[in-house]
Design a protein around this ligand. Structure first.
Ligand SMILES: [Zn+2]
Length: 399
């Protein structure tokens, strides 16, 4: 289900980037549909944050300053459609809130906040009532009447391209493709808007589709950070080559620890070696059944797991997934757009620490499993998963 939504979103966004500069009206039909899809996906993953963390105040101020006057007809964006067009800005914040990387979301958020205040000031003091400075900032008004607007536009576009290309150096594959697409979509729609208003003399506002670009940007620019958790000996007591659901004992503070990581914006991913499958102790189905139970118990404590990856192979088979090989983490990173270098591996075995080392993540050794001596290259040794989560969330972002 989520995979299907992802596919729709992926191709929808590509289509949107092309539709935007050509037909803003169609774009305004497409993007709310994509947004609904995105919300459905987030709801299915049970991880929608509406106003938590550093952006909460920003959301509140925005509603008071933007949506309420619009609703009561006190601003240029009047009535229902006015509210909808302003809401697109709020939608950006909503998306940014859920990108897991607050630091980057914050930067863009402040940039947009400043731009919004500047536009309000421009409208209030520089232009007579009725002129559309929103659009004027970008294309419509003659240049001599909107030097500030033009300066502001260059600033915004400059910042946009700066962030865009800075990100471009660090990303690959699909994400890079999207960023290039976004950057050119902005350029394209600016040119089409300029053409329509200045050359063809048509009237149409350009403001409504910039938030779409921000939406695209927020959806694709940020990589999330993850905490890769070993299962046996880290989340629950060691199972000793068993997949018996009766024997499952989750550590008492594991739920709290995972919830803490959820709230700090980390993706929480379980990566587990289950060679018991290859050894014939239990089947892969049994493993999934047990995993489901782990997830169910954790969910009861409002702790959520974003993904589970299992290696069922025998150690003698040279597979790419068995820890300390990096197959499972690399797959998770592809599936969930994770920045591995800014992520963590938490486990009770030397193999987990080797896995961290092999992938460039930070390794945290927990003392709740079979092995009691952390290898010397461990980044941190924690009493248990809770101490590990506390260390991760208190820690400044690794550079
Ligand atoms: Zn394997």
């Amino acid at each position: 289900m989520i995979k299907k939504i992802d596919h729709l979103l992926y191709y929808g966004l590509i289509a949107l980037a092309f539709v935007m500069p050509i037909s803003p009206v169609s774009a305004n039909i497409v993007w709310p549909v994509l947004l609904l899809l995105w919300i459905a996906k987030m709801a299915a993953l049970k991880e929608v944050r509406i106003a938590s963390g550093p952006l909460a105040l920003f959301v509140l101020v925005f509603i008071l300053a933007g949506v309420l006057p619009a609703y009561f007809g006190q601003s240029e964006n009047k009535g229902f459609f006015g509210v909808i067009s302003i809401m697109s800005f709020l939608i950006f914040i909503l998306v940014a809130e859920n990108t897991a990387d607050f630091k980057h979301a914050q930067k863009i958020g402040y940039l947009l906040g400043i731009s919004y205040i500047m536009m309000l000031l421009l409208r209030r003091f520089l232009y007579p009532v009725g002129s559309n400075v929103f659009a004027g900032c970008f294309a419509r008004l003659p240049v001599e009447r909107s030097i500030m607007g033009l300066a502001f536009f260059i600033l915004l576009l400059g910042a946009y391209f700066y962030y865009g290309f800075k990100k471009l150096r660090m990303v690959f594959g699909k994400e890079r493709f999207f960023i290039v697409l976004c950057l050119f979509a902005v350029l394209g729609l600016f040119l089409s808007e300029f053409y329509l208003s200045e050359v063809a003399g048509c009237q149409h506002s350009g403001m409504e589709f910039l938030p779409i670009v921000w939406l695209l940007m927020a959806l694709t620019f940020y990589k999330s950070r993850a905490v890769f958790l070993d299962r046996d000996g880290t989340i629950n007591e060691d199972m000793h080559y068993s997949a018996d659901t009766e024997k499952l004992k989750i550590f008492t503070n594991a739920g709290t620890a995972i919830k803490m990581l959820n709230e700090a914006g980390f993706k929480v991913v379980i990566v587990t070696n289950q060679s018991g499958v290859a050894r014939g102790c239990f089947t892969e189905k049994d493993v999934h059944k047990l995993n489901d139970l782990v997830v169910e118990r954790l969910n009861k404590e409002n702790a959520f797991i974003n993904g589970i990856y299992v290696c069922p192979h025998h150690p003698d088979i040279a597979c790419r997934c068995r820890k300390p090989n990096t197959g499972m983490i690399k797959k998770a990173a592809r599936d969930m757009n994770i920045d591995i270098k800014k992520s963590y591996v938490v486990g009770d075995m030397k193999t987990d620490m080797l896995l961290a080392k092999n992938t460039g993540a930070k390794g945290i050794f927990v003392l709740t499993g079979a092995e009691k001596t952390p290898p010397e290259f461990t980044d941190y040794a924690a009493k248990d998963i809770y101490a590990a989560a506390a260390w991760i969330t208190c820690r400044k972002e690794p550079d």
